[in-house]
Ligand binder design. Sequence first.
Ligand code: HEM
Length: 486
Amino acid sequence: MEVLSQASFTGIALALLAYTISILRVAFHPDLRKIPGPFLSRFTLLPLKYHVLSGQRTKYIHGLHQKYGPYVRIAPSEISTSSIEAHRQIHRIGTEFIKAPWYQGQTPTQYDDNTCGVFGLRNQKVAAARRRLFQQAGTKAAVLQWKPVVTGLVKLAIGKIKRDASQGTADVAKWFSLLTSDVLSSLAFGEPFRMVENETKTQLIHDIEQSMIFIGVRQELPWLWYLIMYLPIPSIGRPNDIFKRFDVYSETAVRNTRAAKPGSARTLFSKMVPEDGSQKIPDSVVRDESSNIIVAGSDTTATALTYLVYSVLKHPEIQQKLTAELETCSADPNWEELEAKPYINNVITETLRLYAPVPASLPRVAPQGTVLGGKYAIPGFAVVDTQAYTFHRDAKVFPDPERFDPDRWTNVTTEMREHFQTFGGAIRTCLGQNVARMELLHATSLFFHELPNARLAPTTTDSSMDIIDYFVIKPKSGKCEITLAA
Ligand code: HEM
């Protein structure tokens, strides 16, 4: 017995020693130790994790850049950079940096290498092939086919906002969330879920929201994930039940994509499930893409619209200028007409700068032998982050960066264009930009056309609208209430 306990003690001591050595080897890695940052972050990712869990990761890292400069060690083997040269190197077409393993954990259903939706794909060749199938559905010409769907839903949502506001207050965050989920379900599943019409979220949206919480837990607190996964906790529900429901919903995407008439807009996945039957992508992947796309495209666009309305209503002179420009539009303006109006476009771009819906680090693994920005050698296991939040607040490029100033986009410089990182880096840039742009233009123009006398409700303050970020940002209060001036 005594021999056994002595052996166990020795085993534990050796394991602890090996663990300590591995931590110290990374902490004092000859390349990583040269990168400035908080002393504690050399040994542990706890400070970073604390800020991730409290929805403050982006602001925390921004603060570190202000203190330590353009290269900061934010965790033992994770570096953030705000250098535009380094950004170019990481995200350029042909880069050897690949998405970090974190991405595969982000996909709600499948997370095996190469079997998940495009967002989680790490293999650059597989991702490029999948992106080509999406890109054809995401071109401006292709997206224009959905204009009747988008404008129909926009009219319905703005009508309901007007009704609520005239009776007291309207929560635009709620309505924009229902609107963008309806748009995305039409594009992904081939049919709207009628959330604006029924004024409530469907089970699918509840499931997606809950799955995002599960995903966060799986990434950040794996032990809690196992508890949720294997212990029946009635108030939380079982992830597997949700994931099984995803399979049923996404069957609809595949079915409607196949069933649509030849030549019609069908769904975003038309190129994955071609009419001639030469399908290269298995149904299981199309199913995964369809639920992923709702996550990627709805909250992001809803957040942008919410902060746009908030920012404009906060500045009466901007509201006046925007309303005056919209008065010069035809009764039912199309995309071309709206794109030709400078001020509405400047307002949208400025919102996407100051309130980038995805302001966060886009983690990439560095290839062996990397010298970042010609300055720091980076070992092949290290993760390198770049965050739009910090690029968008570079005072040399955007003077007085915290000020909402649409006019700064009247004369766009190359530097401004390069620092504007709302839709991510070149090689894995957002595939839904045209869809987002169409929604933003139509919803903004109709909102300010129909509600020129809209005002922020007293409940909507700088504090209630302060951002929290869990990859996509949201107002701290979850709401943005408006009312109408007498
Ligand atoms: C204002 C709205 C939007 C913003 C700010 C936004 C932002 C982004 C960003 C920053 C990325 C890059 C992520 C990374 O590299 O880690 C991304 C990727 C992506 N977005 Fe968007 N997005 C928006 C709307 C949409 C919409 C409407 C769709 C779908 C119709 C969509 C589909 C995607 C997809 C599929 C990817 C993955 C691309 C890849 O990994 O190769 N997004 N988006």
